[in-house]
Design a protein around this ligand. Structure first.
Ligand code: PMP
Length: 302
């Protein structure tokens, strides 16, 4: 993973020169916020998927974490597009990061400057092409999703991802591809970096957003599924409801729409990508690649 240029506080910097000081506050305490966005190649050139919504969420994360971003949303959106252009990126991943830099290393972040960067790079299927076609193996994590009042689930705060990293390491070491985390009461929440959907008797379910990140793919999938005349409901469930679901799938910018074929060694449905998952996945990719007139407003062309 490498590209040519990184946008750093308003300047295009060579990839190898995009460095920070070791006393950067965020490096010690995770005091940053970030976004993950994808750009897809379409017949009319590269398009960013739901850029406005991602930059809105970045600014909401900044508000919750009390950081003043020294750019307008419009300037930030333009900077994303400029970085894509500077790297001649056709399709891939976009990572805006806003972090507390160095001034002093006490916990108090307010004295530290707010620095902004945008990196982009080519990135195919997050868990591999086979995962999209055949599904993945998951494990219910022994690590609970951070308690709702420990930090904030609405904000994509760097430090929140330590919880995700513990769950991911445990899943990988147990021979699974990804983790599913429960909340501190035992209700199903989400994956390490993806929201969860499941299907029972033709109805599509997902968890309410109170205890999970308000995923932009989640929002897209709900709209897509409803437009396809599926019934979609939000529901709190325990892990056993997943075991007996007909289909389960993850959604997120990185994983896109990834079927889950196994959870804790229980086979889900037929143990392969289910038919509803496949329909939604196909529609999602067609929309992202600009093949669906009705959803063109979701795309920002470069
Ligand atoms: N949950 C978590 C914890 C995440 O990190 C992500 C990835 N941003 C998601 C869900 C999915 O969100 P989105 O569809 O906006 O990428």
């Amino acid at each position: 993973m490498k590209a040519d240029k990184i946008w750093m506080d308003g300047k295009m910097v060579d990839w190898d020169e995009a460095k920070v000081h070791v006393c950067t506050h965020a490096l010690h305490y995770g005091s940053g916020i970030f976004e993950g966005i994808r750009a897809y190649e379409t017949k009319n050139g590269t398009a960013v998927f739901r850029l406005k919504k991602h930059i809105d969420r970045l600014f909401n994360s900044a508000k919750i974490f009390k950081m003043e971003i020294p750019y307008s949303k419009e300037e930030f959106r333009q900077a994303v597009k400029d970085t894509i252009k500077a790297n001649k990126l056709k399709s891939g991943y976009i990572r805006p990061l806003v972090y507390r830099g160095f001034e002093q290393l006490g916990i108090n972040p307010f004295k530290c400057p707010v620095n902004c960067t945008i990196a982009v790079w080519e990135w195919g299927a997050y868990l591999g092409e086979e995962a999209l076609a055949k599904g993945i193996k998951t494990k219910i994590s022994s690590y609970a999703r951070s308690y709702i009042n420990s930090t904030s689930q609405k904000a994509k705060i760097c430090g929140n991802y330590i919880n995700s990293i513990f769950a991911k390491m445990e899943a990988i070491e147990a021979g699974a591809d990804e983790a599913i985390l429960l909340d501190t009461s035992g209700f199903v929440t989400e994956g390490s970096a993806e929201n969860l959907f499941w299907v029972r008797d033709g109805v599509i379910y997902t968890t309410p957003t109170a205890t999970v990140l308000e995923g932009i793919t989640r929002d897209s999938i709900i709209k897509i599924a409803e437009d396809m005349s599926y019934k979609v409901q939000e529901k709190y469930i325990c892990r056993d409801e997943l075991y007996i679901s007909d289909e389960v799938f993850f959604v997120g910018t990185a994983v896109e729409v990834t079927p889950i074929r196994e959870i804790d060694n229980y086979q889900i449905g037929e143990g392969k990508r289910g038919p509803i998952t496949e329909n939604i996945q196909k529609k999602f990719f067609a929309i992202a690649k600009g093949e669906e007139e009705k959803y063109l407003s979701w795309l920002d062309y470069i």
